[in-house]
Design a protein around this ligand. Structure first.
Ligand SMILES: [Zn+2]
Length: 68
C-alpha cells in the first residue's frame, strides 16, 4: 500500500487551510507537509484525559516551534 503525503497550503494570518496553492489575506499561502492521512501528527494535541489543548494539528504546532 502506498502512503500518500498530504500537502496543504495554509494562510499564516487566519490559519485557513487549502489543498490548492493560492493567496489568502493578500499573501501566498505557506506550503506545509501535513503527513499521511490518519497519521498521529494530523491529530490535535490532547491531555491524557482527552481534553483538547489546541485545535491546531500537531504538524502545525511543531512547525511553529521550529521557527522560535
Ligand atoms: Zn487568510
Amino acid at each position: 500500500m502506498q502512503e500518500q503525503v498530504r500537502i496543504v497550503y495554509m494562510c499564516e494570518e487566519c490559519l485557513y487551510c487549502s489543498s490548492e496553492p493560492g493567496n489568502h489575506h493578500g499573501r501566498p499561502m505557506t506550503r506545509c507537509d501535513a503527513g499521511c492521512p490518519g497519521d498521529e501528527c494530523t491529530k490535535p494535541l490532547e491531555t491524557a484525559e482527552g481534553r483538547l489543548l489546541t485545535r491546531a494539528p500537531r504538524w502545525w504546532i511543531f512547525r511553529e516551534r521550529k521557527r522560535i
